[in-house]
Design a binder for this molecule. Sequence first.
Ligand SMILES: Nc1nc2c(c(=O)[nH]1)N[C@H]1C(S)=C(S)[C@@H](COP(=O)(O)OP(=O)(O)OC[C@H]3O[C@@H](n4cnc5c(N)ncnc54)[C@H](O)[C@@H]3O)O[C@H]1N2
Ligand code: MOO
Length: 345
Amino acid sequence: MCNENQYRTISVYQSVGTVLAHDITQVIPGQSKTPIFKRGHVVKKEDIPVLESCGKYNLYDLDLDEDTIHEDDGAVRICEAACGEGLSWSPPAEGKSDIFAEMSGILKIDIDTLMKINSLGDICLATRKSTIPVAKGQKVAATRIIPLTIKTLRLNYVQEILQDSGPVISILPYRNMKVAAIVTGSEIVAGKIEDRFDEHVGAKLREYSAELISKEYAADHADIIAEKITAAKAGGAELVVITGGLSIDPDDVTRQGVRKAGATIELYGTPVLPGAMFLMADLEGVTVLGLPACVFHSHVTLFDLVFPRILAGEKISAQEIYSLGHGGLCLNCPTCVFPNCSFGR
Ligand SMILES: Nc1nc2c(c(=O)[nH]1)N[C@H]1C(S)=C(S)[C@@H](COP(=O)(O)OP(=O)(O)OC[C@H]3O[C@@H](n4cnc5c(N)ncnc54)[C@H](O)[C@@H]3O)O[C@H]1N2
Ligand code: MOO
């Protein structure tokens, strides 16, 4: 650990003229937690009662040698080593730097390396959950060292781990994707039920700036659905979304249509609610998603977990979707805070 001689203690009553070795925090329970004095502040007579009110009776007068790194510099060095492209960080306050997304996309965390770093015990790297969609400017992580100072060698070791692994935190940006929609349902084709695609699924495509290149209606016939899928691919779709017809009625023939189009069904049936009847298929490199009608009445479904990741270029396996059963139950809260909840995490 650190050389004891570097940590001289001074009574606050004799501290006038002392340069503060670190930010000093004032906590007012239930109200605020702010650095009331910053590192480098020169203590004045009138500061003494304020320091007392924060419960500070002694201060450090640090004398760091070149083998020792201050907490503020430590935080910055961890940010530099842990962050990939598309991230920025705040100047340290109270020894901690916050890390922000510089672009919208999918947050990726190298969980194994994160665990390695945090298991060292004197480094804190706290992140949001991997694979959540984040918007430009959102906080995604924060870091600090635990002691006030750390040996340079120790931080060099952290940097070596990160050099070997590559960035622990990165953002996969969304691509502009051409999406074709096929809305199934003979009742919709006949005009008996008004199509609500645009306000539900369409809104989500717009939210992520995906390009809706076509929207076709298909009655509940496998051949018609297959034709529409073939045409969507020929029309340049990179992703085909088909709604409805995915549960257990005789009229639910979307799956048969996908098969007739020649696509390979990678997944039908999931442990995620809403989204149990979700389908995922591949048609010569074009992803085909079957969205059960829950997308028309639930604010959030499995589609919200999968769609942004596809836009970011990720290939999601059936096995990964099966693993979502743990955390796969949406509680349909009156005020939805997704993705900041346990759904799909
Ligand atoms: N006995 C069972 N009932 C249900 C099961 C089940 O396994 N056993 N599965 C449930 C699940 S899970 C889902 S999800 C729903 C819906 O499944 P489908 O994808 O087959 O939905 P549809 O039958 O095609 O439509 C249901 C309902 O929604 C209306 N709809 C469909 N598309 C649109 C649209 N574009 N705009 C407006 N409304 C639309 C449609 O007219 C139907 O009224 O099944 C559960 N039930
Ligand atoms: O596919 Mo359904 O969600 O379980 O509504």
